[in-house]
Ligand binder design. Structure first.
Ligand SMILES: [Zn+2]
Length: 93
């Protein structure tokens, strides 16, 4: 699946995070209108809704976090390189 996946509104689905009241298992599930979500572990339907999440949350936020971290590393690296070059320029006369 390419990076475009999930950007089309037609693929956006409501994903909700629940905590099971019976076994306290936390899970994310797709909930369409009329669906009653059930715990995947014990099948209980007594659940506490934790928060609503945008679709494909885990994959996309991980990806974004990774990209942000890479960008930060690159910036730090280029600043280091520049400092090194300036140091060499100033001490090479
Ligand atoms: Zn459960």
């Amino acid at each position: 699946m390419g990076p475009e996946w999930g950007q089309s509104p037609s693929l956006t689905m409501p994903i909700f995070e629940y905590s099971c009241n019976a076994c306290h298992h936390e899970f994310e599930t797709l909930v369409r209108t009329g669906d009653t979500p059930a715990c995947p572990k014990c099948a209980a339907t007594a659940l506490t809704k934790l928060l609503s999440l945008p679709a494909i949350k885990s994959e996309s936020t991980h990806d974004l976090a990774m990209r942000a971290a890479h960008r930060r590393d690159k910036i730090q690296q280029s600043e280091k390189n520049r400092e090194q070059r300036e140091y060499e320029l100033n001490h090479d006369d």
